[in-house]
Design a protein around this ligand. Structure first.
Ligand SMILES: *Cc1c(COP(=O)(O)O)cnc(C)c1O
Length: 396
């Protein structure tokens, strides 16, 4: 295992990590994750635990909750969800009964598995109706959302996506939800880090419950959280524990507190601005290389592109990129129904790269997708770029 850990650290440092959901968390977060807090059982909430000896981990959890509330302007935060999916499950458990109807972005257009996939609890236990993006623009069609809401009268509307590169209009979703008497659940797993950095609109004032991850742009430990108003606080807390989870993972909760502290600094705001600037630069450079960028660009850390003009298909393209050390995902392309590539700039921006490096990445990626350059040569060029921006200080 020691060899695997060192090998994985080298893999992350020697390639270009463009998976939009990944980031390099800080040494302080890693240290807390690997601390003896991992030994502690803590069922329940601070001051009301089912186990003794929780005095110190209670302080850690209260600190995480206070920092989350301050960072996002929320009345209440629950920092116990083990993952983004667990947070969504708990949000549904807090507001819905099995069989209730839910309106969410269809999976083909960028909805997450928890937004009604038949392979997921959501699709099995709830009656999902899907909205999509306009075929001509790739943008959410709010008139379609309104029409579907009026037709199907959902109990809840979910806004959020795994691949939508633009800001969502939370006020429009709120208005539609109010028109039909539905709850609004914002699944902000991707943009919540941009919200923390002040470069994306905050769903908290509009949504009844906000679900999020802490490990994407937010750069914290792998985990989830829920934000809501005081009115729903008790229902949300009970939906997490004891309804959907058991003991809290105190090392992760303490690491979330560290990450929220880091995200409240001016340095993090500057980071978030650079993430978006880099994404815009990368999208423009990829377009100049002949790839078709969905919606023509991005407002966030993420973009999706159709690479079919340069390669046989998205899976071939992903394989060629991986052989060159450029790591990213394939994704559904809402326009045309094909498969594309999803890229994000959270990791490379944490490494300290700027817009100049984005142009270089686009050139390397396009060469890899075209399959004209020898993979070993491309791999060496990718490693040279990546190694100039080590994600962690070298051990001495
Ligand atoms: C990443 C993501 C999730 C799930 O997070 P996990 O931690 O992988 O369970 C849920 N919803 C959306 C929109 C996401 O992007």
């Amino acid at each position: 295992m020691a060899g695997l850990v060192l090998g994985e650290a080298a893999r992350q440092a020697d390639g270009l990590q463009l998976i939009a959901a990944e980031n390099f968390t800080s040494p302080a977060v890693l240290a807390v994750l690997g601390s003896p807090l991992a030994n502690k059982y803590a069922e329940g909430y601070p001051g009301a635990r089912h186990h003794g000896g929780c005095e110190l981990v209670d302080v850690a959890e209260r600190t995480a909750v206070e920092r989350a509330c301050a960072l996002f302007g929320a009345e209440h935060a629950n920092v116990q969800p083990h993952s983004g999916s667990s947070a969504v499950l708990a949000a549904y458990a807090a507001l819905l009964r099995p069989g209730d109807r839910v309106l969410a972005m269809s999976l083909r257009h960028g909805g997450h598995l928890t937004h009604g996939s038949p392979a997921n609890f959501s699709g099995r236990w709830f009656d999902f109706v899907g909205y999509g993006v306009r075929p001509d623009t790739g943008l959410v069609d709010y008139e379609q959302v309104r029409a579907l809401a009026r037709e199907h009268r959902p109990k809840a509307i979910v806004c959020g996506s795994i691949s939508y590169p633009r800001h969502l209009d939370h006020a429009a979703f709120r208005m539609i939800a109010d028109e039909v008497g539905a709850y609004l659940i914002a699944d902000a797993a991707h943009p919540i880090g941009l919200v923390a950095g002040g470069v994306a609109p905050n769903p908290v004032p509009y949504a009844d419950v906000v679900c999020a991850t802490t490990h994407k742009v937010l750069r914290g430990p792998r985990g989830g959280m829920l934000l809501c108003g005081g009115r729903l606080a008790q229902r949300v807390d009970r939906a997490v524990f004891p309804f959907t989870q058991g003991g809290a993972q105190m090392q992760t909760i303490a690491a979330k507190a560290v990450a929220f502290g880091e995200a409240a600094t001016p340095e993090f705001a500057a980071y978030a601005r650079q993430v978006v600037a880099n994404a815009r630069a990368l999208a423009a450079a990829l377009a100049a290389e002949g790839l078709v960028v969905t919606t023509g660009g991005t407002d966030t850390h993420m973009m999706t592109v159709d690479a079919s003009a340069l390669a046989l298909d998205a899976f071939t393209a992903r394989g060629r990129l991986a052989a060159a050390g450029i790591v990213l995902d394939t994704c559904a392309l809402p326009q045309g129904g094909g498969c594309g590539l999803r890229l994000g700039t959270a990791s490379v921006t944490t490494q300290g790269m700027g817009t100049g490096e984005m142009a270089r990445i686009a050139a390397l990626a396009a060469a890899a997708i075209r399959g004209v350059e020898r993979p070993a040569r491309l791999r060496a060029a990718v490693a040279e770029l990546a190694r100039a921006f080590p994600p962690y200080p070298a051990h001495t």
